[in-house]
Design a protein around this ligand. Sequence first.
Ligand code: FEO
Length: 398
Amino acid sequence: MKPVEIRPNVFWVGVNDRVTELFEGLWPISREGISYNSYLIKDEKSALIDLSKEMLSEDYLAQLAEIFDIASLDYIVINHMEPDHSGALVWLRQLAPDAVILGMPKTVGMLDDFYGLTENIESLSNGQELSLGANTLRFVYTPFVHWPETMMTYMVEQKVLFPCDGFGGYGTLDGAIFDDTCADLAYYEAESLRYFTNIVAPFSKSVLSAISKFEGMPIEVVAPSHGLIWRENPGRILELYQTWSGYYHEPAQPGITALLGTMYRNTERALSAALDGIASEGVPVKVHDVRKTHVSYILPDLWTQRGVLVAAPTYERGLFPPMLDVLRMADVKRVSHKASAYLGSYAWSGGGQGAFEEIAEKMGWEVLNAVGFIGGPKAFDLDRARELGVQLAKAVKG
Ligand code: FEO
């Protein structure tokens, strides 16, 4: 794509990644892709804010060279050291050896750790400002959105926030890069939620803290380093992130995520009865089959819905492994404050229920009820499963 001027003398110079299958080696993006947004400010002094992943350096630097003499660059602002934003640094340093790299104190050590860079680096303090001429950059320390060195850069006169990972999302920018020009805003919002739950959610407290640091600083454009630039309604993405982050310490929306794992459909039959019970209470439910769905796509519902119904059989005296994998990742991502229930079949000894209760306790989930049954569900078991659904639905409504 061509560079795009997003404000006077402020240019988006990002690149799309349509090659990577798993972001961070974990999260599927083969269908959606992702953008690495970088921003060039041309003023009496020039500054480049965040870069790109190393494998896209050639495209990135060629695009930058279309509008700028790279050798004349004055500053490289590193909001965040993760290599999806800093990977192009080694190449850029060769093309612009006099450019000063700016970052928080922890960034200085990481520049050496990751790239062996120790020269021409300036350590910043929280709130420090840098005049480029007509524009001033203010650097705000926002640790753990997403790493400990992370900061956000605020452009004072033009009221632009460059928050790097914060307020970002999956999805390539397909020509249109703004919230008011993209073809499907709902798609980008959904991919922002998936990105949030996959990457940022464990740092929700830090997100809320970061948002509070910008009170009193008017924001007219939110220009993250992944996904859309929000200029028509910058408050929208800030509010979404604030709402999602709030779920780390308070109950989420009154709906249920039902997770299904089944070998011979016995547990599935019991789940169907429980879903009848949930429906009778008018509570929304979303079913995810853990055998077929990557946890990346399950986490958004787990994070945003108050109730969780785990339906999975016993396997080798424990819980059906694909279900255990999903719950372990939920634990890693600190999915908490849930009302939950368990359903599952076993063949001779139980074990699935106990394994679920163990991990639920670790995550701080309340377990309202559990229905285990041997072999196929009998009429009595189906009645109990239906009642379990009613009980869980009433709890999330309350
Ligand atoms: Fe987009 Fe934490 O890097």
